[in-house]
Design a protein around this ligand. Structure first.
Ligand code: SAM
Length: 209
């Protein structure tokens, strides 16, 4: 426990050693894994949110940008399993620092360091919810992204997905095509991007699409 509530921790240590120039290159690619224009599009649609659940936070840059956009006293919960996708950098430390910066903005923010598919973590998120926005950007495998939608999608009024336009082995696009048939959705893929962001508006009627 700390002054701002419990933080659940599952710590993983990486044995990978990279040369400094490789580290610098990796950091610049990985620090913010979003297309700026696409993320701005999402921020503009999420600016009214008072509660955000993010699955997959890595260095905390996307949750930090949500926190900067949204007026104080909002509630943020991140679930991130550092190094789950072989990222050899210390993203856990960076996410902890970002959490404290978000708290300093006057928001509530907690981080679960662990697998989003773990039933304990699902139960914790359920107890925190519901959320105005759920942003799914964690496990991009076919089974993984489906599980995140099944386990967390119902907790959000808006459910956003990153990488809806990326071809396999990233499998968000398959699920996204299915969701587009069933729900009221909106999406944006910037001209110079291969990633894309899609939003499911769970409370809007599909016939409004
Ligand atoms: C693409 S990055 C997230 C980028 C972040 N949303 C941003 O825009 O800055 C994906 C993150 O999800 C984590 N991840 C992958 N599988 C996960 C799982 N099963 N549970 C929790 N986190 C997972 C990875 O370790 C990584 O930190």
């Amino acid at each position: 426990m700390d002054a701002h509530g419990p933080v659940w921790e599952l710590t993983f240590k990486s044995n990978v050693r990279l040369a400094p120039e490789d580290v610098r290159r990796w950091v610049s690619i990985m620090e913010f894994a979003q297309n700026e224009e696409e993320f701005e599009w999402l921020l503009n649609r999420a600016s009214h949110a008072r509660s955000v659940l993010e699955i997959g936070s890595r260095f905390g840059e996307s949750i930090y940008r949500f926190a900067k956009k949204i007026p104080p006293k909002a509630k943020f919960l991140c679930i991130d399993w550092p190094n789950a996708d072989d990222n050899p950098l210390d993203s856990e430390r960076a996410l902890r620092i970002k959490r404290h910066e978000i708290l300093a903005m006057g928001h509530d923010c907690d981080v679960i360091f662990g697998d989003s598919h773990d039933s304990n973590n699902i139960a914790i998120a359920q107890a925190y919810g519901p959320f105005d926005l759920v942003f799914i950007d964690g496990d991009h495998t076919e089974r993984g992204v489906q599980q995140d939608w099944d386990n967390y999608g119902h907790l959000g009024k808006m459910v956003a997905f990153h990488d809806i336009a990326v071809p396999p082995p990233c499998y968000v696009s398959g699920l996204w095509i299915e969701l587009r048939r069933k729900y009221y959705t909106d999406e944006y893929v910037a001209k110079d991007s291969f990633m894309g962001i899609g939003i499911v508006y769970r409370e809007k009627n599909v016939t409004e699409s």
